[in-house]
Design a binder for this molecule. Structure first.
Ligand code: FES
Length: 341
């Protein structure tokens, strides 16, 4: 028995090694903003192992084939957020993206791009100035009277820390920011990462500027009401921070703290709840009137006519049966939210 075991071991090892490597081609975006007018794609081929991630491949290309290739990296453990880029148009952390998994999904030729081609400085490196400006704008630090050199940590109970709801896991990679359609459309919008960071301190019981923070993120054009709730940030976040949930929390906290300004968006949110509580369903017409006012609603008469023709705008929205059940659910949700705060 021992003879079979000793002889078989190298063959098993040889076979498993053979099965665990494959050739992958990388078409990498190349561009130097100092000299180039247009970008190009350069192909590099590597035999990669099953355990390797995209960052390993970039490191090998740089070390073994082309030292001019530029990209950001630091920790290699999904902590620093610097290696964010796009693999086959999907935003990923290069140090967390397994090459076999990418090739299984997209094939053995992978297109590698920067997070936003229009912001490329050199190859896969983008200019993140706007991202960091927005990040700084939300004062991403604890505002509390803590001594410069405290003798012990300023701890909070784990149960209280749970209210951060994972917001502290953000690694500022910028994936949500550069994937957000509202950021692309509205140059003033703070974006999902900065708003999630603001929530991280709003939810911290030690912070003493919570209402100032809520007022800041309630601003029109820049703040929470400019999120279109498309959930793209939820889809792409590699750390499962789910910035959209934090944005919704900030809206609700703004109402609870009495700092939410009267605006079309805030009136829309209130009208939505009123409509559900009153009829058990969404009353589109009442919602438009409440959000825009009667004059504003009249200005939309053309859209209303189109909606009516398509059966989306009944003259009256009937109440549903068991409306009391819906009201009970709303009361329970409101109470549990208050308990959480
Ligand atoms: S290198 Fe730090 S997150 Fe990838």
């Amino acid at each position: 028995m021992s003879k079979i075991y000793i002889n078989a071991a190298p063959r098993i090892k040889e076979k498993s090694e053979k099965n665990s490597s494959r050739v992958i081609a990388f078409d990498i975006f190349r561009f130097n903003a100092q000299y180039d007018i247009l970008p190009t794609y350069k192909r590099y081929e590597l035999t990669v192992k099953k355990s390797e991630v995209l960052l390993d491949a970039l490191n090998r290309i740089k070390a073994e084939i082309d030292p001019s290739l530029s990209y950001r990296k630091s920790c290699r453990h999904g902590i620093c957020g610097s290696c964010a880029l796009k693999a086959q148009n999907q935003a990923v952390l290069a140090c967390k993206a397994n090459l076999f998994e990418l090739a299984d999904r997209y094939g053995d030729v992978l297109m590698i791009d920067p997070l936003d081609k229009s912001l490329a400085i050199k190859d896969l490196i983008v200019d993140k100035t706007r991202f960091w400006d927005n990040y700084r704008a939300v004062s991403p630090w604890l505002e509390a009277p803590i001594e410069d050199a405290p003798k012990k940590e300023n701890l909070i109970e784990p149960k209280v820390a749970d209210r951060l709801n994972g917001a502290d896991a953000c690694v500022e990679c910028g994936i949500c920011f550069y994937s957000c359609p509202a950021v692309a459309k509205n140059k003033e919008f703070l974006g999902p990462a900065a708003l999630a960071k603001s929530y991280r301190f709003v939810a911290d019981v030690r912070d003493q500027k919570i209402n100032d923070r809520l007022r800041f993120v309630d601003s029109q054009k820049t703040g929470v009401w400019d999120c279109a709730k498309c959930y793209q940030c939820y889809e792409v976040c590699p750390k499962e921070v789910s910035p959209i949930d934090k944005i919704i929390e900030l809206r609700e906290k703004g109402f609870s703290a009495g700092v939410a300004k009267d605006s079309i968006a805030s009136r829309h949110a209130k009208a939505f709840l009123t409509s559900i509580a009153k009829r058990g369903r969404l009353d589109e017409a009442a919602n438009v009137r409440a959000s825009l006012g009667t004059f504003g609603a009249l200005m939309r008469i053309r859209e209303a006519f189109v909606m009516f023709r398509r059966g989306k705008l009944p003259f009256t929205t009937p109440k549903i049966e068991k409306r009391d059940e819906v009201k009970k659910l709303i009361d329970i949700a409101s109470r549990s939210r208050k308990d959480d705060q």
